[in-house]
Design a protein around this ligand. Structure first.
Ligand SMILES: [Zn+2]
Length: 245
């Protein structure tokens, strides 16, 4: 078995037998992987507290040719993000980030930008500031990286170029915005001000890196749109959603 090591985000951990752990982890080059950490519940030396959900660790692992479970040989903690485990609200948001990543990037779908985005977003959430915005930014960018960007360049009905001057509405069936001439605002088709459209575009491109730069109204508008969009595109309700406040 050939061994390699890479930064990894621990997504899930389950006991396996008496002393092993079954670990699901996300890597920049190979995406989501599943592996066995032999005797990990006893060996503090080889894993030094790095096998905890949400942790960023440098894992050394061997990949099997038949695509079966890999073998995790050792690990070194890079960042445990302790701030994620302080309260239920933050923990729920972090769990949602992991679940959305699992859905958008199933086994062997690798995306280095998504790895960086997840790692950065967990860190931002762990720092404790603006957690609703951190989650919104995470989701808008993750959906875009997963191939589900909301289209904002033109009206999805008449095709008119959107100039960022008038209010737009979101049409979930089209995954894009429409002008008010073509579509009235409703609960099914929520509106977006030009500022909200611009902020959404920045989020999707990963351009908003720091918290606090999104105004309250835009956060609410974009949140309604993202909720409709995610549910329609993924055709399911994520399990961790029920824990989000
Ligand atoms: Zn139109």
């Amino acid at each position: 078995m050939k061994y390699t090591s890479s930064p990894s985000i621990i997504m899930r951990i389950r006991d396996l037998g008496e002393s092993d752990l079954l670990v699901t982890f996300f890597t920049p080059d190979r995406g989501q992987l599943k592996g066995v950490a032999k005797a990990a519940r006893k060996s503090r030396k080889r894993f030094a507290n790095c096998l905890e959900t949400f942790s960023l660790a440098d894992l050394e692992y061997g990949i099997r040719k038949d695509g079966g479970l890999c073998f995790i040989r050792s690990g070194r903690l890079l960042d445990g993000f302790p701030g994620l485990r302080g309260d239920f609200n933050t923990l729920s948001k972090a769990s949602f980030m992991i679940e959305l990543t699992e859905v958008l990037f199933p086994s062997e779908v690798a995306d280095r930008a998504m790895f960086d985005h997840l790692s950065h977003s967990l860190g931002r959430l762990a720092s404790g500031s603006e957690s609703d915005q951190a989650l919104l930014f995470f989701e808008a960018r993750a959906l875009a990286l997963g191939g589900y960007a909301i289209r904002t360049e033109k009206c999805c009905i008449c095709g008119r170029h959107y100039t960022h001057t008038g209010t737009a509405v979101f049409k979930r069936e089209k995954g894009g915005i429409a002008c008010l001439r073509c579509q009235q605002k409703s609960t099914e088709t929520p509106s977006l001000t030009p500022e909200s459209v611009s902020i959404l575009e920045h989020m999707q491109h990963g351009a908003i890196a720091e918290p606090g730069c999104v105004w309250e109204g835009a956060t609410e508008e974009i949140r309604s749109v993202i909720d409709l969009h995610r549910e329609y595109r993924l055709e399911r309700r994520l399990k961790t959603l029920k824990y989000l406040l």
